[in-house]
Design a protein around this ligand. Sequence first.
Ligand code: NDP
Length: 246
Amino acid sequence: MQELAGKNALVTGGSRGIGAAIVRALSEKGANVAITYERSGDSAQKLVRSIEENGRKAVAIQADSADPDAIRRSVEEAVRALGGLDILVNNAAIARYNTIADFNVEDFDALFAVNVRGPVLASKAAIPHLKEGGRVITIGSAGADRSVGEGSTVYYMTKAALQAFNRGLARELGPRDITVNLVQPGSTNTDANPETSEFADFQRSLIPLGRFGQPEDVAAAVAFLATPAARQINGTILTVDGGALA
Ligand code: NDP
């Protein structure tokens, strides 16, 4: 069903993994899509071409989510290329792992710059463009609710910060009939967390369904939240983790 026909979406970090699956899911529902990427220009351009072949507008924008100016420019460029903005998906994130005992300041700052400041600044730049019925959907992590594995503490802290961001922004934009929600993936098969890695069996052992999620599983939740059917869902967290938090 083309529930998002005529809607314009921006997905940060849309070149690979969960972000790319979100781009495909939104465009399959009829949306035009702008994506940002940092390094994967080839896969970003390939994704854009496949969306254009299906008759939607699409554009790939190189923008480092650690760079405030690049974020602002990418939102303006998306608005120009698509002709407006209805849906922002804050997906881009990095992971760096270490114990608190060994964590260095550079990694701490990089994590918070991309994973927390990035979504805040992208949302700030998008807010003037969003209209009634608009959507801000941010990708957190089930790790914000349950710490698993040594070395993930600071990464999970960034995702926990997004929970408070999500609640606050939902209150801020609700009066304009714009919904704001957080989708928290659990273990999901991407370059960042392959289902074949040496850590995969441990993760599977924590999941009642006994399998990793696929990027499309997270994308389905995001695409639903973007549709008009989800208009009353606001300020909430939708965890897509096969029951690992249950
Ligand atoms: P990947 O590492 O596979 O992909 C990350 C994407 O984000 C790429 O498109 C990458 O672009 C982009 N990106 C990374 N850094 C930047 C940056 N500085 N500026 C702009 N774009 C950037 O990650 P996943 O697909 O696995 O993760 C997607 C989201 O899901 C993230 O928010 C992650 O925290 C979350 N998540 C993932 C889980 C998992 O098990 N996979 C579990 C819980 C949460 P490029 O290729 O150009 O660098």
